[in-house]
Write a protein that binds this ligand. Structure first.
Ligand code: FAD
Length: 287
């Protein structure tokens, strides 16, 4: 049974922001509802008011702005999967969308909902973190942007204020010589929650020296994390098998996984190391 709540359907973004602001924290935005409705049913959340933002066209665009890609907070996972700009410039984001839930959920679930929900197992944060993505948060009082890495705080905790909507995610198109990769290990091939998810980005110069490295891991800590020590171990060096293996070891050491019904902590740590190594080597070849 769903608990009782009021539902407002704003016709524009300013109207939605006004509604959230007027409620002083008692309202929640409703996008695809694929997390929120589950939370309402379980009683984990009991908002007095839902503000339905799923019809706001201004939140749904995916576009290129100069050397940056911009994805509206209301863009669905299905849109990500179909968008040629994402396929061309952000293949690891597309891959995360490809292995997201099932077609029904992908048609409803939004990028904004995925990031705001703050799950450590969410698909979209790892590939967006390695792209150094920023989130745009809007309220009646204006806009602020912050790195996604600062936005994600802990298990289902983010830096979003109750009167704010996540209106966009932006990142710079990676430099030539860059390659990214994403892989999610689940208990089955589709419709599976991540046991471990890893995304990497490496940028190499003409001599094969790594100029930039990014590694992000999901489902192995209270939030999706960057493995900064591992990244530093790669930058400024050729990506030899030994160096990549050392970075993978450091990345696994940065995890703090739990044991649960899906996997043990030891398994997650071991898979983290092999996945990081495998994806770095694959990205090295692509770059
Ligand atoms: C069967 C099933 C399978 C799933 N599989 C996966 C999977 O493989 N990978 C994965 O990552 N997730 C998965 N999920 C979880 C869920 O689908 C995603 O997290 C989804 O992206 C949430 O988006 P939504 O639009 O449905 O958010 P909602 O459920 O509408 O909202 C989620 C939270 O975010 C807030 N919110 C939503 N949009 C905004 C916004 N723009 N600004 C501010 N706050 C906002 C809401 O108030 C709520 O607190 C699955 C869920 C189900 C039911």
């Amino acid at each position: 049974m769903l608990p009782e709540f009021d539902l407002l359907q704003p016709r524009s973004l300013p109207e939605a922001l006004e509604m959230l602001s007027a409620q002083r924290g008692g309202a929640l935005p409703l996008a695809g509802g694929t997390n929120l409705v589950v939370d309402l049913r379980s009683g984990r959340r009991r908002p007095s008011l839902l503000v339905d933002i799923s019809h706001l066209d201004e939140l749904c665009a995916i576009r290129r702005e100069g050397d940056r890609l911009v994805v509206g907070g209301g863009a669905t996972i299905a849109q990500i999967l179909d968008e040629p700009l994402i396929a061309e410039y952000a293949p690891s984001v597309r891959e995360a969308a490809r292995v997201f839930a099932n077609p029904l959920v992908r048609n409803r679930a939004t990028v904004g909902g995925n990031l705001v929900d703050g799950s450590p197992a969410a698909n979209m944060p790892p590939p967006l973190l390695v792209l150094d993505a920023e989130v745009e948060l809007s309220s009646r009082d204006g806009r602020r942007t912050m790195p996604l890495d600062d936005f994600l705080r802990g298990v289902r905790q983010t830096a979003r204020r109750p009167d704010e909507l996540l209106t966009a995610v932006r990142w710079a198109i990676p430099a030539p010589g860059s390659a990214t990769a994403f892989y999610k290990v689940g208990l089955r091939k589709s419709d599976a929650i991540a046991v471990v998810a890893v995304a990497v980005l490496v940028e190499q110069d003409a001599a094969g020296v790594c100029r930039k490295a990014r590694i992000a891991l999901g489902s192995v800590a209270p939030r999706v994390i960057r493995a900064r020590e591992a990244e530093s171990a790669l930058e400024g060096y050729p990506l030899t098998e030994e160096r990549v293996a050392e970075a993978a070891r450091l990345a696994a050491a940065a995890t703090s996984p739990i044991s649960d019904i899906r996997a043990s902590a030891a398994y997650r740590r071991q898979v983290s190391e092999s996945l990081v190594r495998r994806l770095l080597l694959a990205a090295r070849e692509q770059g």
